[in-house]
Design a protein around this ligand. Sequence first.
Ligand SMILES: *[C@@H]1O[C@H](CO)[C@@H](O)[C@H](O)[C@H]1NC(C)=O
Length: 348
Amino acid sequence: MKHTARFALASSLLSATVQATTYTLVDNYNSTNFFSSFAFFDAADPTHGFVDYADAQTASQNGLAGYINNMVYLGADYTTANPPSGRASTRVTSTKSYDKGLFVADIQHMPVGCGVWPAFWTLGSNWPAGGEIDIIEGVNSQSTDAITLHTSPGCVMSNSGSAAGTQYSGGATGLDCGANSGYAGCSLSTTTANAYGPGFNANGGGVYVMEMASEAISVWFFPRGSAQAASLATAAIPDTSTFGTPMGMFTGCDIDRYFSAQQIIFDTTFCGDWAGAVWGQDATCAPLASSCSAYVQQNPAAFVDAYWLINSVKVYQASSGSSSNKRRSPYRAAEPKHKGVVPVPFLS
Ligand SMILES: *[C@@H]1O[C@H](CO)[C@@H](O)[C@H](O)[C@H]1NC(C)=O
C-alpha cells in the first residue's frame, strides 16, 4: 500500500513538471528585421570546412544573402570555379541570447548536396560550457535530421520521450553529452520523412520547434501542409500540449546548469570535421570526387541548392508567473498571488 501511495505521489509530481508552459512572443525575426538582428560570422570555420564565410557587405553584394519573396535567403557561392581556400558561404548569429524558450522556425528551403553541411542551431558562450543545441543538421546525402547536444562533462541525458524510430547515440542507458569535452556530444538520428534534405525542400519545408526548458530539450517538426505548420504560422501563441510526441527529446541532466545564453545560428559549411570526414563512406557522394574539398572546389554549379530560405524565427518565453524559464521558488508555489497586485517588473 505504501508503495502505491508513493508511486501516486511521484507520478503526480511528474505530471506537474511536464505541464505545458504558457508562452509569450518575445522576438519575431523575419525579412523586416532579420539582418539587423543577426550578425555575419566571417572568421575561420571552427569545424575546419572548405569554406570562406562572407562578411555582411560581401554577402549582400555577391548575392549570398538577401531576400526572396519576403523570405530571408542565406546561401553560398555557386558560380566560382576553383576558389583556392574555400567556397564562399554564410553563417549568421542572433545578437540576442536566450536562457530558455520556445524557438519556432518556419523554413521553406534548406541547403542540400554532397559536401554540404548545413546547421540550424543554438550556442552558449565559452564552448562547451554554455552548451550547444543542434536542431537541424546533417551532411552529404543524409536524408533525415540529426539532433545533437554538446555540453561540458557531466550532463547525462536519455532520449525517453522521443518518437519511435529515433535512435540515440547513448543507447538505453543514457550518455554524458560532455564526454570527451563535448566533442562527440549526444545525438539523435531521426527517421521522420521530409524533415531534412531534398524531401524537406520538395515539400516546401516546414516548421521546426525547439523547446528549451528546465525539464527537457525537445524538438518537433511539422511539415508544410500539416495543420500544425499552418497553425504555427498564424497562431499568436503556440500550445505545446497539442504538439504530440517530439521527434527528439532529451531529459536527465540539469539543463539550467549546462545550457545558458543560447544564440541562434544558421550556417552552411562544406566538408570539414563532419562532411569531409565521412565523405568516403557516403555511397552517393564518394564516387563524385577523390575528396570532399576537391568536389566543392571544382563543381560550383552543384551548390545552387546550398541555401536557407527562412520565413521567420519566433522566440517565445514563459509568461511571467509561469515557472519553466526560472527555478521554482518555494514561496511562489505555496500561495497564489493576491488579485489585483501588479508584480514589480524586476521581481517577476
Ligand atoms: C515580422 O517581424 C516584425 C518584427 O518583429 C513584426 O512586427 C511583423 O509582424 C512580422 N511580420 C509578420 C508577417 O509576421
